[in-house]
Each structure stands twice: as C-alpha cells, then as structure tokens.
Design a protein around this ligand. Sequence first.
Ligand code: HXC
Length: 514
Amino acid sequence: MPLKKKIQELKKRREQVQMGGGEKAIEKQIALGKLTARERVIKLLDENSFQEYDLFVEHEARDFDMDKKVLHGDGVIIGTGTIDGKSVCIFAQDFTVAGGSLGLMHSRKIIKIMDHALKMRVPLIGINDSGGARIQEGVNSLAGYGEIFFRNTISSGVIPQISVILGPCAGGAVYSPALTDFVFVVNNISKMFITGPEVIKTVLGEEISMEDLGGAKVHSEITGNAHFYAESENECFEQIKKLMTFIPWSNQTKAVKIDSKLPKKEYIIDNIVPDDPRLPYDVRDVIKSIVDGSEFFEIQEHWAKNMVIGFGRMNGETCGFVCNQPLVLAGVLDVDSSDKAARFIRYCDAFNIPIITLVDLPGYLPGVDQEHAGVIRHGAKVLYAYSEATVPKMTVILRKAYGGGYIAMGSRHLRADFVFAWPTAEIAVMGPEGAANIIFRKEITTAEDPEKMRREKVEEYKQKFANPYVAAARGYIDSVIEPSETRSLLLHSIEVAKQKCISMPAKKHGIPPF
Ligand code: HXC
C-alpha cells in the first residue's frame, strides 16, 4: 500500500478513536454541562501543544460480553503538553466510553503517563470523570487502582500532582486525588464519594442526592478534600493555570521568578489591626499589604476559614503563607485548621518554598467536641510540620499569641529562622481575663469590690505579659518592629536564608501524627 494511503488510513483510525463513546454519549456529556475529555485537555494546555500517546490501546476483557465491545482508547486520554511553555504530563478519563470506568488497559495508560511524569520531573495533571473500577474486569481494575495509588505516593513531594474532578469519582477511585497535592472541583459537575447514594439507601435506608453527599460545595466547605472551587470548567482551568505560576515543577527546581512589584497603596498596613484587641480584622489585608502587587492566591478558601493559607510572591519569588484569621473563631487552631496548616507547611517544605507565618490567635479551641474529635492528635500535626520543615521560616506575631498557639504557629522553639513581633503583640500563656481569674482568684473573691479588683488584676497581668517585650527580653523574638517595616524585614530575611543549611538526624522517616 502506498504511503499516502497508509497515512489516510491512520487519519481515519485516529478520527474514529477520537470520537470516544460516539455521538450519542457525547451529546449526553454536553447536556450535563460537561466538556469532553479531549476538549478539556486542549483547553487546559497551551495551544497546539498536546501530544497524545496510546490512542490505539484496546482492552483485553472477555467476560460479560466485553469481547464484543470496542472501547476507544479504553476510556482515557494520556499525553504531554505545555502550560505557560513548560512541559506537563496529563490524563483525562473519557466518561463517554464505558463511563470512564477503569479497566486494566485504562489503568496501564494512566500508569505510563505517571511514570513518565516522575521520570521527567514534570507535574502530573489527572482529570477524573469515571464510574470507578470497571465492574466487568474484576480484580484487574482493583490492581490498576493499586498501581496508581502506589505511584501517587512515590511521586508525592517529588513532582506536583494535580487532580481535577470533572464528573463522578466514585468508590476507591477517590483515593488517587486524595493522595495528590491539589484537588480542583466544579459546582454541579464534581462528585466524590466512597459509597454512592444507592448503597447508602440499601445499607442505611437513608436517601441523599449525589450533590449533597459529595458535590463540589461539600468538598470545598465541609470535608476539605478540595483545594479549589469553581463555578465552571473554564474557571477551573484558569485556576489551575494560575496555581502553576506559583509552584516549582519538581522538588529540584524553583518556581519561575517574576518581576517584583510593590504592594498596592490601598493596603495600609498600619491601619489594619484595630486598637481594641477584641475586634476582628481580615488577615488577608495584612498579607496583601506585604506581598508583591498585593496578589495573594488562597488555597482551601472555603474550608477551615479560621486559618488562611496560600501563595504570594516576595521580590518575585513564591512564598507560602500560613496565617490565623481573626475574622473567624478569633483565628483559633482546631481540628480542621490544624490539618489545613500542617499539610500546607509540608507541601512548602517538600518543594523548597519559604514559609511566612502571621500569628494572631487565642490558642487551641476548647470544648468537648474538639477534644473528642481529636484536637490533640490533629493539633500535634502543626507542631510536627513546623519542626520538621527545613525551608526558610519567618514568623510575624501581629497580636495575640497565647499558650499552645504561640508555640505551634512557627515559634522560635520550633526553629523559625526569624521571629518578629509588632508592638501590638501579646505573648502569654493565656488571655489576661482568663489568667487574672485563675491566678488572682483568692484576691478577687475576697475583695470588697470583686469586679473592681478583677479589673485591676487583669490590667496588672496585661502590663506584665500582654506585650512583646518579655519575649523580646529572652530572645524568643528577634525584633519588635513597626508594621510598616514588615515587608522590608521579610525580604531581608528571605535573602539571608537563601543558603540556609541545616542537618537533621539520620532516620528512615519520622512518624507524624497522621
Ligand atoms: C463499568 C460502568 C461503570 C463501572 C458506569 N459504567 N460505571 N461500566 N464499570 N464502574 C457504564 C454504565 O454501564 C453505562 O454504560 C455508562 O458507563 C454510563 O453510565 P450511566 O450509569 O448511564 O451514567 P450516569 O447515569 O451518569 O451515572 C454515573 C454513575 C453510575 C453515578 C457513575 O454509572 C454509577 O453509579 N456507576 C457505578 C459507580 C460505582 O459504584 N463504581 C464502582 C465503585 S467500586 P452504557 O454501556 O450503558 O453506556 C470501586 C472500587 C475501587 O471503584 C477500589 C479501589 C481501591
């Protein structure tokens, strides 16, 4: 056969396979407000950069009439391309082909691109839209998932792994995204759950919709499984592209440095923290008054809002911010906010991103609910993550730093490299009211005017401890600074810490309070 004809045949074969599950299935996909797998890949990557592999892979299943079924590409697209001119590996499950279910060959394709990503030290992006393990292929499907989970784990902390949930992600399939660094969800489209509504109805007799069980809002607001929430697939792709500007391509590289910009003038750092220590403020305003161009890219914005985490740039280079949010629950550490902070600290440490901590919290949240939910175990994660992190660590105490909260939030004692405090800082075992009530109980209860005595004792305690100077006198903080000096001191510290070199005792690995 002449080459020309062979090329024609190749083109025809390509076209056939690229139709996925066929017109009807594609129409159904579109009717659900979803893009097709191929459209998603093309939209996310730079124009004309996508190179596909394993297009002609076919399944080998024979049971349950599978030998009579043609599943184009076995329900998944894999390949490489670029984002902002830099290479990435990608897979996208095609729901139009057998519900994007994962059979043996489907999993082998994903495994191939995962191995490629790790070998080439480039990010892996997985677009999930699947009914889970392909039921007809039995243990082969389970084996496929196991191989994927193994690779997610081995790649963790080496290359960035990003999961995009654009359809169902059911059963054990959820564990691959859960093992990756960032999970993106889209309203009305993303569904993640271990057991679906039908199983729940059968086993527990409870009726619940897929949306209420594991929709985008559930995972962005309640479970914390998702890191980014979008209203549409297009918005989601823009979020992914933005994230990619902040993160390094592997643990051996740095994020791309961009031109430095001053913070916007509208964020006046001296005016953010109210004079009355009982009044809240938005810590994001402080971040924006410090970072380049006042641009802060928040992560897990809708979950555990008493902790704010995300990326900003200092002199053009990415930094991770870990900040108490006085606007919500006075910025306390609780089960969820501890998990949120600890995981992000470990991310920054794995990828050599300096950590800036802004402190204003009255401590760990008291109460039976928190104790029984394991605030001891979860809270310990923050201590572990800060202690273990060897990247440059800068801490600024803005206002309250009480009790365990003072220690946990990147204190000198957990090896922060630089600790600064504003003159508004109050560093003490607990708040003046509580402290005075306990240590001066006798004086207060036996006084002629207990309320007057209480006020005096609170004031006495405040004078003694509710300031930064006792900690400064011990060298626990390096400098008491004016708020307006914060950016320049942080820039200076980051520069000084560039060649930071510390060694840890040899061990296989630690045992964090998972
Ligand atoms: C084989 C599947 C499938 C699966 C869907 N399909 N899921 N085929 N294995 N797991 C097929 C359907 O038969 C159908 O084929 C096509 O995909 C589209 O599915 P529909 O049901 O028509 O779509 P929809 O109504 O949108 O419902 C989507 C769904 C539902 C909610 C995902 O299909 C569903 O509940 N699927 C099963 C989910 C599940 O329980 N998976 C197993 C989880 S256990 P046709 O030919 O009709 O177009 C698991 C274990 C992994 O994953 C453990 C790893 C540790």
